[in-house]
Design a protein. Structure first.
Length: 418
């Protein structure tokens, strides 16, 4: 595969390259719905590529070579790039740049060498059918992705539009909504929009009884929460009892402060070293859908809990590095932030994390024992940063009354890497 870099993008391509690749969005009306400019790109391409269904929607052109996408899709990229400078056209569904092949190709082909002609997206068509202002809806895809990704977006009054995986997705989503206390939500499956087979099915999640609809469908959800529904707040510090754990968890109050110190930013990578229940990594990912987290944990029963917690909170993409730090840190993606919640006294753990941290990154470590505090005091002398101590008390029964029961104080060290 030809490597592309930002430097290449900034250099104007020679005339014979500009633009050789076209990406044409098709609707369910196929060839009849294409404007003249899109038809011309299809007809003049030497090589036409697309899904089998897309290729069947356009008429044959004498002498034109056609190819259906292989599996995996990336197997086609070397052959596509080998035709650089020759007219190639890729067929796609709707808007190719919205969860489509256009977005994928834009990562390997400079924009100056590509023409994209979108058709109305499934999101646009669904909003038009339902009379929804599209800018007020949350647009997601669960096509080839875990259904649990919907969970963080389940908020009272929210409107969601989802690209389905197949015809069974609506029934699975209805079951998930019921389980989360959103059974009163109205669910609409819009099938084959824009073509002669267009239809829709609508019901509340509680009353949904259709096991399968057409595989090509888009889902619309008007979220309605029942009393007691588990709604994920937008602020950090989720209740401790929402997580499965064995006591090895950064407590809610301390977790909120810790996440504030870690300062999540869009698209960043976190190492959660000594992850325990995975609560820090999970809330890091909840801060932004583009964030990544790697939980480092050596006890298998905790690894299982971390994965279960991640799915329950709608961040199934949380990665787990099984093993003890620092050995388990080898080969992990370079972090923008590191949290050491356990194992800070391990030989080489803190130094290895500091070395791996990207410039401008943040490292936060918590300590509850005198031995781990000593490590943080020494690190503070060497590297600077800020030391603070968090003391939390919770109310508890005292005979027939209530009083304050203090939790162990937590020493927190935060340092920025120059």
């Amino acid at each position: 595969m030809v490597p592309w870099t930002a430097a290449m993008d900034s250099t104007p391509p020679p005339p014979w390259l500009s633009p050789w690749l076209s990406v044409v969005g098709l609707g369910e009306d196929g060839w009849d719905g294409l404007p003249p400019a899109a038809r011309a790109l299809v007809e003049h391409a030497e090589w036409l590529v697309g899904g089998t269904r897309h290729l069947s929607l356009v008429p044959a052109v004498a002498g034109q070579e056609r190819a259906a996408w292989p599996s995996p899709l990336t197997d086609a990229f070397p052959a596509l790039l080998a035709r650089r400078g020759r007219p190639v056209c890729v067929l796609a569904s709707g808007d190719p740049s919205w969860y489509g092949i256009g977005a994928t190709l834009s990562r390997i082909v400079p924009a100056a060498e590509m023409t994209v002609l979108p058709a109305p997206s499934a999101f646009s068509l669904a909003a038009a059918r339902l009379g929804w202002p599209l800018q007020e809806a949350t647009c997601l895809t669960v096509h080839g992705r875990p259904l649990e990704l919907v969970i963080p977006h389940l908020q009272p009054g929210a409107r969601l539009l989802l690209l389905s995986w197949d015809g069974t997705t609506p029934a699975k989503l209805a079951a998930l909504l019921r389980a989360r206390g959103f059974g009163a939500s109205r669910l609409t499956a819009l099938e084959a929009m824009g073509g002669p087979r267009e239809s829709r099915t609508a019901a509340t999640a509680e009353s949904w009884s259709v096991e399968r609809v057409a595989d090509l469908n888009t889902l619309a959800v008007e979220c309605a929460a029942a009393p007691g529904a588990r709604i994920l707040p937008r602020a950090p510090g989720l209740p401790d009892d929402w997580f499965a754990h064995d006591g090895q968890i950064t407590k809610r109050e301390v977790r909120a402060v810790t996440l504030s110190a870690l300062a999540p930013r869009r698209g960043e990578v976190l190492w959660d070293v000594g992850a325990g229940s995975g609560s820090i990594g999970i809330e890091w990912m909840l801060a932004d859908p583009a964030n990544r987290a790697v939980a480092v944990e050596h006890r298998e029963e905790r690894v299982a809990r971390i994965l279960a917690n991640a799915a329950a909170f709608g961040v199934p993409g949380l990665e787990v590095a099984r093993g003890k730090a620092p050995d388990a840190l080898a080969g992990l993606p370079a972090p923008n932030a590191v949290f050491i919640g356990g194992g800070v006294t391990g030989v080489g753990v803190l130094d290895r994390c500091w070395e791996a941290l990207r410039p401008g990154g943040r490292l936060v470590a918590n300590a509850v024992t005198l031995e781990s505090e000593a490590v943080l005091f020494d690190a503070h002398k060497r590297l600077g940063g800020e030391l603070s101590q968090i003391a939390v008390s919770r109310s508890a029964p005292v005979g027939g009354f209530r009083g304050w029961k203090p939790l162990m104080p937590v020493t927190l060290w935060r340092v920025d890497k120059p």
